[in-house]
Design a protein around this ligand. Structure first.
Ligand code: ACO
Length: 373
């Protein structure tokens, strides 16, 4: 295993620098007030218990790989790379277009990255951190110089719209980053990932795999939707995110007050508040976007990173900490020494979604509508 200790003992000079970021959120918005019309809930309950006010949702058949495509095109354009400059494409997701071929294959095809190795990573809300881990070790090993790391989800495709305890939590979106090999003392300095498979039922989707292939019965019993034991998950999330953060800080002699920006998985604002209070972080050190997007699973961390950089919160030389927690149980964290100047901001042409229309219109048929009929 490439856990942190071994990682440091390699005494390597080759590192993976974060050199670009991209984000894409589908344009349609589902507010808490819309949800009030769908299930027995209230804006007040959702805001108070989760911090979420609205979430972006996919309509009209856009695919998960289309969200990833738009975010990836933006990141590539910001550094002027062609898709074929990439040595690997890694996509963290629990909502791929299909079980196979992988969404990373679909993304590579849509980008025109022909011949570039591409694969999906399945680690629920830690999917992005696991993908980042793979991207970083691939660069550090010398096997790749340039890697695209993606977190993209259509969570609304696996939500039970009759279950008020989960359907209010999730949203759709994509965030990506580009890694490039560097000899400079910057980029991803340390990583920590782990898992504990003893508690699969805290958060899972029972159907669709080989244990419960699709049948009328599995559909009737809603086995193809997300199930969660919220309170227990909440407690484990706080403990685990705190542990991962403290491990990274202690191992690298970084004090919490030295962190420039702290980004935790956006599952619940109360979870992040509990973690950041225990770490004694100031509000100006923490960046959240759960209010606007809800829990976009593997897209929460890269979309926060994108926005924090865009708002000028992250400066060259800053310590950036990313920490996730999710079903599995899985967890992951990264300590990054920010190594780039502010990225260029692109015009509207890549943000409007035009670039995906030609890609999803030729698919077999539109995806499931997110809203109950
Ligand atoms: N609107 C109104 N009432 C609701 C809603 C709702 N949307 N949902 C639940 N309630 C009710 C419950 O029925 C319950 O009512 P009762 O007291 O009459 O029985 C009451 O509110 C309290 O329910 P709790 O489950 O105790 O509410 P809690 O404060 O724990 O919040 C929540 C629930 C938001 C799910 C929280 O537990 C949570 O965020 N858990 C962690 C989620 C998480 O971290 N997920 C992991 C990452 S996701 C991934 O990996 C894909």
């Amino acid at each position: 295993m490439f856990r942190g200790k071994q990682f440091r003992e390699q005494k390597k000079t080759r590192r993976a620098n974060v050199v670009s970021l991209g984000k894409y959120m589908p344009p349609d918005i589902l507010t808490n007030f819309d949800l009030e019309q769908m299930v027995d809930t209230s804006n007040e309950w959702i805001v108070e218990r989760t911090g979420i006010r609205e979430r972006h949702v996919v309509k009209n058949g856009m695919r998960q790989s289309d969200l990833a495509l738009n975010a990836s095109r933006e990141a590539l354009a910001r550094v002027g790379w062609a898709p074929t400059d990439l040595d690997a494409i890694i996509v963290g997701t629990v909502t791929p277009d299909h079980i196979f071929p992988s969404s990373a294959n679909a993304l590579a095809g849509k980008l025109g990255a022909i011949g570039v190795p591409s694969w999906d990573v399945l680690a629920a809300c830690s999917g992005f951190m696991y993908s980042l881990y793979q991207g970083v070790v691939t660069v550090e090993s010398g096997r790749a110089d340039r890697v695209l790391v993606v977190g993209a989800e259509i969570m609304t495709s696996i939500v039970d719209w009759d279950d008020r305890s989960t359907c209010v939590l999730f949203g759709d979106g994509a965030g990506v980053l580009l890694l490039e090999a560097t000899e400079e003392p910057c980029g991803v300095i340390d990583l920590e990932i782990g898992s504990d498979g003893r508690y699969p039922k805290l958060l899972h989707m029972p159907g669709g795999g080989s244990a419960h292939p699709a049948t009328h019965e599995t559909v009737d019993n809603k086995l193809h939707t997300l199930h969660m034991e919220g309170q227990e998950t909440f407690k484990v999330a706080v403990k685990t995110m705190l542990n991962v953060t403290q491990t990274l800080l202690n191992r690298n002699n970084v004090k919490s007050e030295e962190i420039g920006v702290y980004i935790g998985h956006q599952a619940n604002l109360r979870i992040i508040d509990a973690v950041t209070k225990r770490l004694r972080l100031r509000p100006d050190q923490v960046y959240n976007n759960i209010e606007k997007y809800g829990n976009t699973t593997s897209a929460t961390i890269p979309s926060c990173l994108y926005e924090a950089e865009m708002k000028g919160m992250i400066k060259k030389g800053d310590w950036v900490v990313l920490v996730s927690f999710g079903a599995g149980l899985t967890w992951g964290g990264a300590l990054i020494k920010w190594g780039i100047d502010p990225l260029p901001v692109l015009g509207d042409e890549l943000e409007a979604g035009d670039s995906v229309s030609e890609n999803y219109s030729d698919q077999l048929k539109p995806g499931r509508d997110w809203q109950r009929s």
